[in-house]
Design a protein around this ligand. Structure first.
Ligand code: PLP
Length: 489
């Protein structure tokens, strides 16, 4: 008798052994989060771990338990540190355990959310509907989950370009249909807007940098003057991007005022609320942010202040038809049908450049359901109060100087010593690197009016006041140690 041919599969020969690896991994993962309060914020990846990983492409199989062990020893301990409470750099969310559950189960389901009739598609619509609801965009608006605000911005500006071009810019190209298009964002706007202009063929020079006032908010009068100058030169102003929560200082542009100018001038009004979307959930900041409801498009992140694990952002577009027209165009093999698996219209592949898409909505849904808007709002309020606390402490300490007030959740300050600006800038850069390498705290730096700032962004649900006290104590101690020799000399 012939033995039946054993065809290869990637499923394990022994499911129970693999199950044990999974259980261990989930325990380790939860311990990683639970232990986040008691571990150094950052540990530089050691050379030994790097050399353990840089190996030739594996040809033969390795048991999952062994692969997992390599990960556990050489990768897991050396993350960026944003799950830990003393992480204040750039703008990073900390994630949350229930969000991890969503990420894990999305991987198990392994759905492609480009379209078709299945529940992952439906759940993305649920999340998009919730976002339309709290931003105040109408129910007819469209939305798409993205990798983050950078990609969401590309999609928003692509749609604006489609609407304002002279002809079919998607077919004819910008050289024919996009000539003279210019847009506006403040000097404090995120670099992803200029990058989008670049990617969309408009060119970075076509994005005008509008000056800011002393609060680092877009200067509306300058915006109006720049639009007039460009029109007089025969150019075609088509969009304005305002920011709710700038990266440098957390400034919120005059959303109502800029929106009014944009609409009076017939321009597309885009709002970058990457982390500043949190302002909608703060009683103190809501009024300033709420006029984003009048925008043509809004881009923001779930992976920042909403604490959803990386990566997840969204673009919302008021004119769903324009959004569809910008990206639709399926060939015969992607035709949908009235019934069966190829039903389920609209398909998300018609609202962005990607056909195959991950099930991002699940971790967003798990996070919002598990914690509720109340839970997220409490974190936002806590972080804003912590920024005030830090600001007060800095103001009360003569060896520290506040470089920007705590607007929203960001505080910029520096250590001061009797030396010139260049030396002071270097000193503060060194203090930040020292804090990171010692695992005490992970702020980042920025430059404000030529002065290097220690920049603290509070967007982490695990941060406690004692962590901020430790940060300040660390800055003072390291600053004193670094200046001890040079000041005496
Ligand atoms: C983080 C950020 C972006 C970019 O978002 P990603 O999710 O990192 O792509 C854009 N604008 C602002 C204001 C940001 O803070």
């Amino acid at each position: 008798m012939e033995t039946p041919m054993r065809e290869p599969t990637l499923d394990p020969a022994d499911w129970s052994a693999l199950r044990a690896v999974f259980h261990q991994a989930v325990d380790d993962g939860l311990a990683h989060l639970q232990g986040a309060l008691d571990t150094p914020v950052w540990v530089a990846p050691p050379g030994s771990s790097k050399s353990a990983l840089y190996e030739p492409l594996p040809r033969t199989a390795t048991p999952a338990a062994e692969v997992y062990e390599t990960f556990r020893n050489h990768v897991l301990p050396y993350g960026v540190g944003n799950v830990r409470p003393a992480f204040y750099g750039w703008v990073h969310g900390a994630g949350n355990a229930e969000g991890v559950l969503g990420e894990l189960m999305a991987a198990f389901m392994n759905c492609n959310v480009g379209g078709r009739a299945h529940m992952a598609n439906e759940l993305e619509r649920v999340v998009v509907d919730w976002c339309k609801d709290f931003t105040g965009l109408p129910a007819e608006a469209s939305g798409l989950l993205t990798s983050g605000t950078s990609m969401a911005t590309v999609l928003a500006i692509a749609t604006a370009r489609h609407v304002h071009a002279d002809g079919d810019v998607g077919r004819e190209g910008v050289a024919v249909a996009g000539r003279g298009l210019v847009g506006y964002a403040s000097t404090e706007a995120h670099s992803c807007i200029a990058k989008a202009f670049d990617l969309l063929g408009l060119g970075r020079n076509a994005l005008r940098a509008v000056p800011v006032n002393t609060a680092r908010e877009m200067d509306s009068a300058a915006l109006e003057a720049m639009i007039a100058t460009d029109r007089a030169a025969g150019l075609k102003p088509f969009m304005v991007a305002a920011t709710v929560g700038t990266v440098n200082t957390g400034a919120i542009d005059d959303i109502a005022g800029i929106g009014a100018i944009a609409h009076r001038e017939g321009l597309w009004f885009h709002v970058d609320a990457a982390f500043g979307i949190g302002a909608l959930f703060s009683d103190a900041h809501k009024a300033k942010a709420a006029p984003m409801a009048r925008a043509e498009s809004i881009a923001f992140d779930f992976h920042k202040w909403f604490q959803v694990p990386y990566d997840a952002g969204i673009v919302l577009i008021r004119d769903a038809k324009a959004h569809y027209e910008t990206f639709a165009g399926r060939k015969e093999y992607l035709a949908s049908s009235e019934r069966g698996l190829a039903a389920g219209e609209p398909w998300y592949c018609d609202y962005g450049p990607e056909l195959s898409r991950t099930f991002r909505a699940l971790k967003v849904w798990f996070t919002l359901k598990s914690h509720g808007v109340d839970g997220i709002s409490a974190i936002i309020a806590k972080n804003i109060a912590q920024a005030r606390y830090l600001e007060d402490k800095v103001a009360a300490e003569p060896r520290l100087e506040l470089l920007s007030p705590a607007s929203l959740n960001i505080v910029c300050f520096r250590y001061v010593a009797p030396c010139d600006t260049a030396a002071l800038n270097q000193l503060n850069k060194d203090i930040v690197a020292d804090l990171q390498e010692a695992g005490i705290a992970a702020p980042s730096t920025t430059t404000l009016n030529g002065r290097t700032a220690i920049r603290v962004c509070l967007a982490n649900h695990r941060t406690r006041r004692q962590d901020l006290d430790a940060l300040l104590a660390g800055v003072l101690e390291l600053g004193a140690r670094r200046t001890a020799g040079s000041v005496a000399a």
